[in-house]
Design a protein. Structure first.
Length: 126
């Protein structure tokens, strides 16, 4: 079974590392986008099992993108996580209040990212 993961980050180097890290899991099919706007379109047509959003991006940031994902009927059901360098307790609390399944701090460990994401997918709420 293939599990689709959409990774959204405006930093090309981080996108490349994240995609390679996630693809260590043979069941993950990974696509990436560099903007929130591109992610909205990609998520609507590709229907990933999870969207991973960088918090700070030019244009639509992660929280704005997550709100728009929830507003579109094609993507409202898709869970999302935030990835951020701002991982203080109050930042995490604020991001979780947006409806995120989790907040993954940057820098993440490339060796364990796929395992972390798999855990988030198997711990589905409801």
């Amino acid at each position: 079974m293939t599990i689709r993961i959409l990774y959204v980050d405006d930093e090309p180097d981080l996108r490349e590392i994240a995609v390679m890290s996630l693809e260590l899991d043979p069941e993950f099919e990974v696509r990436d986008c560099s903007t929130g706007t591109a992610a909205l379109a990609e998520a609507a047509t590709w229907q990933p099992a999870l969207v991973m959003l960088d918090v700070m991006m030019a244009g639509l940031d992660g929280p704005e993108t997550s709100r728009k994902l929830r507003e579109q009927k094609e993507t409202a059901h898709i869970p999302f996580v935030f990835i951020t360098a701002q991982a203080q307790a109050n930042d995490i609390e604020m991001l979780m209040a947006e409806g995120a399944r989790a907040v993954i701090p940057k820098p993440f460990d490339p060796a364990t990212l796929a395992q972390t994401v798999r855990g988030l997918l198997t711990d589905r709420k409801g």
